[in-house]
Design a protein around this ligand. Structure first.
Ligand code: DHK
Length: 147
């Protein structure tokens, strides 16, 4: 059975309560459910992991090699700072799609730059939790050779 990993970084455990004007009222479980629904239709399983710790996210990326066909990754604040996460993504063959719930380009300038985007397969920004579903679809379509 093919599998995808939904990986979430710092403060995303607070989705639903955290700055709802920016991130909405949906929870992290809701986000994972959207990705899982799309994957299940294609017979693909979805696992999830969230951590507030950079090193734990790096561990999860390293351990994804050979276990997952793709990673849907919202690195949250580490997007803008983490060379360690970028190097971890570069070190594996598993494709990674970067997701942001908010449109980071409409926000503070420090959110406009992603350290990770250049080593990801693609980036989905600004569609709320729907981004998780879109990322699952993008990974699955590319696995199936349709793009
Ligand atoms: C989530 C965060 O926690 C921020 O640090 C990023 C991202 C944006 C999001 O929109 O999902 O800047």
């Amino acid at each position: 059975m093919k599998r995808l990993l939904v990986l979430n970084g710092p403060n995303l455990n607070l989705l639903g309560k955290r700055e709802p004007g920016i991130y909405g009222h949906g929870t992290l479980d809701d986000a994972v459910k959207l990705a899982r629904e799309t994957a299940t239709e294609k017979g693909i399983e979805v696992d999830e992991y969230q951590s507030n710790h950079e090193g734990e996210l790096i561990d999860a990326i390293q351990q994804a090699e050979g276990k997952y066909e793709g990673i849907i990754f919202n690195p949250a604040a580490y997007t803008h700072t983490s060379i360690g996460l970028r190097d971890a993504i570069s070190a594996i063959e598993v494709p990674v799609v970067e997701v942001h719930i908010s449109n980071v380009h409409q926000r503070e300038s420090f959110r406009h730059h992603s350290m990770l985007a250049p080593v990801c397969q693609g980036q989905i920004v600004g569609f709320g939790l729907l981004g998780y579903r879109l990322a699952a679809l993008a990974l699955i379509e590319s696995l199936e050779g349709r793009r």
